[in-house]
Design a protein around this ligand. Sequence first.
Ligand code: MD3
Ligand code: FE
Length: 218
Amino acid sequence: MRPAAHDREGHLVRTLFELDDDVALAPGAWWLRGFARAMAGTLLAEIDQLAAAAPFRHMTTPGGKLMSAAMTSAGALGWVSDRAGYRYSPVDPRSGAPWPPMPDPFALLAGRAAERAGYAAFVPDSCLVNLYEQGARMGVHQDRDERDLSHPIVSVSLGASARFTFGPARGATGGLAVELSHGDVVVWGGASRLYFHAVTRVRDDAPRRLNLTLRRAG
Ligand code: MD3
Ligand code: FE
């Protein structure tokens, strides 16, 4: 493992030496490039099954706007948004039924990735699945709806690559940008757990992008 190098715009520079390495993105945050690539087929098949039971839908923000990424969830708790706010719910508001159970490969991957990043015994109870069609993005925000912020978050990117920005402040100050590709995993914890982050563009190297965000919410 080696620390990341950055250019003058703050973008991460890949060197020949880094191609096979995990990259430290921020305090407590590790970019495990390609960590999920060998499991991608299994993960995508699980997402298809999940979406058959709890279809992807565009949720409404508290401000009344439709989010451009479509979402669904698995596990004991699912993240939801509507006019009343952001929260975790044990049921899919669309059906009133519990979310589909957390697929074993999701929990296994999350535990392994967290361990590799230095977080032992991570057991997620929520997996938010974000679907980005061409042109979809996600505005700058923090993940702070979880009960205990000492647990890390594991993010898995599948399909089209995307430009991801993050930093300690809402603006660009101290921020970085990286390109997340198919099979990449990022683990966020410790001092970076409350970092601001956004998905600013999705590339057209695949028809769509899927992101799994594995959290301990309850
Ligand atoms: C940095 N999703 O669902 S995952 C989200 O690619 C979300 O769909 C993005 O942000 C996506 O909330 C990014 C990467 C991520 C997740 C949690 C973080 C980055 C984070 C928490 C703290 C800092
Ligand atoms: Fe987020």
